[in-house]
Design a protein around this ligand. Sequence first.
Ligand code: GMT
Length: 375
Amino acid sequence: MKIAIVCYPTFGGSGVVATELGIALANRGHEIHFVTYRQPVRLELLGNNIHFHEVHVPEYPLFHYQPYELALSSKLVDTIKLHEIELLHVHYAIPHAYAGYMAKKILEEEGIHVPMITTLHGTDITLVGNHPFYKPAVTFSINKSEVVTSVSADLRQKTLDFFEIDKEIEVIPNFIDKRKYSAGFTDCQRSLMAGEDEKIITHISNFRKVKHIPDVIKVFYGIQKEIPAKLIMVGEGPEKEKAELLCDELGINSKVVFLGQSSEIDRILCFSDLFLLPSKSESFGLAALEAMINKVAVISSNTGGIPEVNIHGVTGFLSDVGDVDDMVKNSLHILKDPKTLETFKENAYKEALKFDLQNVMPLYEELYEKAFKEH
Ligand code: GMT
């Protein structure tokens, strides 16, 4: 099939899912066309089956805000016509499904019909939660998609609760590719980061408020009071500076490393013992899944779709949002005893295998076929 994928090309989870999905589909013989404003971060190799079309937003002084949706719709119309695209898969209702719908309508005028699949990653819901005036646009975009998917059962339910949806929403979870990890890293350089007796705790995110970064620091503060440990913070975002100040205030600077943005997170996770994800809301928690496939146990909040990934008492523990004391207690339970730590690490890996690409990809392919046939 010839498929156009629209996504945010960033380090964020939705961009990663869209890019990895596109690469996997291309490896299975589909012709994939990414349409976005920058080459997606994980898209390193463009080949016969993978193409990238950049959306330019021309600067025009009359416009106070440059119209990205308009530029995207126009680019989609051109790309779909030129490459005879058969299916459009957009990640996010707004602005992507919104722009996709416009493109579809323009093409219909010329007798070209392309079904659209919309994948919801969560931010549409939180956005509308914060700015209700977006509600009609999100509702419209979802209802006008031929097929709608959400990344967790929790997000599906929230979408149905927030909007008047007349479409089925299929749950297709985030995924990892187990083949990338089966060999393991032969050069996993734990000694670069910590001493023999130190446990390594990791957090990876875009340091937005929703990630509850101060809780990450506070949980680590509690851990290191009891056992020797290091904290590795990976990512960039608005809460990073505050996090650095908090480490300073708590006097734990020497035990915390801020690595910044990294495209080599598996190299970091390979020597980590525990992953912290105390988010306020999280529609799935791809970072936790990526930790688990690297045999890292997870201490998280019990919000959103996280309980569908991190299994309480098996792959890690879940606590109420903000319950730092409980997270410290659970972390120490896992870290203090080597046998317990090993069991949790192994369990995390086994659970992560359930989300292997080979299991998840056919779910998308089935939906593509269905959308194509029914359209
Ligand atoms: O919050 C992020 O890390 C980025 C965000 C995004 O929009 O890319 O991630 C969302 O989509 C991911 C992929 O489906 C999910 O794994 C994340 O849980 C979700 N983030 C939130 O819900 C806060």
